[in-house]
Design a protein around this ligand. Structure first.
Ligand SMILES: [Zn+2]
Length: 402
């Protein structure tokens, strides 16, 4: 987004061929034997062996991926690079210098890339750190996934995640907050429509803002070409965010003291308005398997799909017990919660978020798309655990580690 100096030109491989394995293109019902050819950061060919062989013969870099499957690089819909995924997250966050935090964020981003996550939507970090890291990666100064950043979430005074630095109140206050973030170069606007579990003193079950306030956020963001992600747990916060027609509902957990308490009328409204749901399914939820909380979350998550809601994969990584690189684990949990097939689950982290987050240049393997690729041992269209056996990652046409 921001221009970079003449000495920081991205070192792209001019040509790369991944041959001898299988390909799942992000949309098909199964993988098929095939290869992928990359040129100038873009996918030049992807598919049947014969079509690619000719280009591969002239490639300077040919990688044999026998017994592996090539899939589109994964997209994490909701991350916090600035949190350390530990139980001591708040101490670490509050105690870090800006330099220390930025380096931690860069480390987390690199672990995500190594896990095959090539696009990350960061929905809450100090604004200059998030935009600075995004630009450094985009400029080729360090390796990492492509970042879409919201900077500091807009929240009420003392509201959820106020400590990140985004307090704003009233319709004028939130409009100014949107303008400040756009001036700072964010890609998304994040607003906290309800309290959150990580902020003592905030109320998870109540709305933080009025419909008029969230509507002001949405109007101002859309005027300036940005989309709005709204954090909402309790049904009151969800209702306000839906009434204001935000673009994505984060968590949307219908949290009540007993666990998820889904409201079918509200879910129908979400589907009718075409608002995407980013349900933040963390790998840590595995620990709840067999409990009533698990059953309630399973009923809610299934209901979202049954109602026809647009759902994308997200984990809220960075919060306690959710390592940044654990997207594949979250996908396994989502498949178990809903009974979705591996292929349908894979779409939620590839072609579906590309569509829902307006990233038309990625998420599928086809000529002309950004060459973000993940090569895993085995076939994740049959067994999602294959995603955790990463062999190669290609980001923006560059083979990681090469
Ligand atoms: Zn979050």
């Amino acid at each position: 987004m921001t221009a970079v100096g003449p000495t920081t030109e991205k070192p792209t491989a001019t040509s790369l061929a991944l041959v001898g394995g299988s390909v799942w293109d992000g949309r098909a019902g199964a993988s098929a034997p095939g290869s992928v050819l990359v040129k100038d950061g873009l996918i030049a060919e992807g598919g049947a062996m014969g079509a690619v062989a000719e280009g591969a013969s002239s490639s300077p870099q040919v990688v044999d991926v026998t017994s592996c499957t090539i899939v589109p690089g994964l997209i994490e819909g909701h991350a916090h690079l600035a949190f350390n995924a530990g139980l001591d997250w708040r101490e670490v966050f509050d105690g870090d210098s800006q330099q220390g935090m930025l380096l931690r964020m860069a480390g987390a981003a690199q672990r995500m890339l190594a896990a095959g996550i090539t696009t990350v939507r960061d929905l809450g970090a100090p604004t200059p750190l998030a935009t600075g890291l995004r630009d450094a990666i985009a400029g080729g100064q360090l390796a990492g996934p492509d970042l879409l950043v919201a900077g500091a979430p807009i929240t009420t005074t003392a509201g959820h995640c106020y400590f990140i630095g985004g307090e704003a109140d009233g319709e004028l206050g939130v409009r100014v907050a949107v303008r400040e973030r756009v001036k700072a170069g964010v890609d998304w606007i994040k607003v906290m429509a309800s309290g959150g579990n990580m902020t003592p003193g905030s109320n998870v079950y109540a709305a933080q803002y009025t419909v008029a306030e969230i509507s002001a956020v949405v109007e101002e963001a859309h005027r300036l070409g940005r989309r709005v992600a709204a954090h909402c747990h309790g049904v009151e916060g969800i209702k306000v965010a839906v009434a204001a027609s935000v673009d994505t509902l984060e968590h949307c957990s219908f949290q009540s003291p007993e666990g998820a308490d889904k409201d079918d009328e509200v879910i129908a409204e979400i589907a009718a308005r075409g608002i995407a749901v980013s349900p933040t399914i963390p790998v840590s939820m595995e620990r709840q398997r067999g409990t009533e909380r698990w059953e309630r979350r399973a009923a809610l998550t299934s209901a979202l799909f049954e109602a026809g809601c647009d759902v994308l994969m997200s984990t809220d990584c960075g919060i306690p017990r959710v390592p940044h690189e654990s997207l594949a684990g979250g996908m396994r949990v989502l498949a178990d919660l809903t009974g979705l097939s591996p292929v349908e689950t894979l779409k939620l982290a590839t072609s579906t978020p590309a569509r829902l987050l307006a990233l038309d240049d990625r998420g599928v393997i086809e000529p002309g798309k950004r060459a973000d690729l993940l090569v895993v041992d085995g076939d994740p269209t049959e067994d999602l655990t294959a995603l955790e056996r990463v062999r190669h990652v290609v980001s923006d046409g560059v083979l990681a580690g090469s």
